[in-house]
Design a protein around this ligand. Structure first.
Ligand SMILES: [Zn+2]
Length: 92
């Protein structure tokens, strides 16, 4: 089986673990190899996937918070405009 060897991690990965032949752990280039996959390759890959999923999650949370802030700001502006209109009506 064709595998990919990362000299930095000294780990041999299965091809599906290396997108564009980059090491899933350190993201540097790997070498094509015919060695069997390393025993730890699977757990390294899964760990990396979990890390990426957590990063995605926090990015989504940050984006949702941004939307929330914008919405609150929009409401505050609308309320301020309403106050101004009410004030000008009262003084007129
Ligand atoms: Zn590596």
């Amino acid at each position: 089986m064709q595998t990919y060897y990362c000299p930095a991690c000294m780990t041999t990965f299965a091809p599906y673990m290396c997108s564009e032949s980059a090491c899933p752990r350190c993201h540097t280039g790997t070498r094509r190899s015919n060695e069997p996959m390393s025993l730890e390759a699977d757990s390294v890959f899964k760990e990396e996937m979990a890390k990426r999923a957590a990063e995605e999650q926090s990015k989504r949370t940050a984006a949702a918070f941004e939307v929330f802030l914008e919405e609150r700001q929009r409401q505050e502006i609308a309320a301020a405009v309403e106050d101004l209109i009410r004030d000008s009506r009262d003084t007129a």
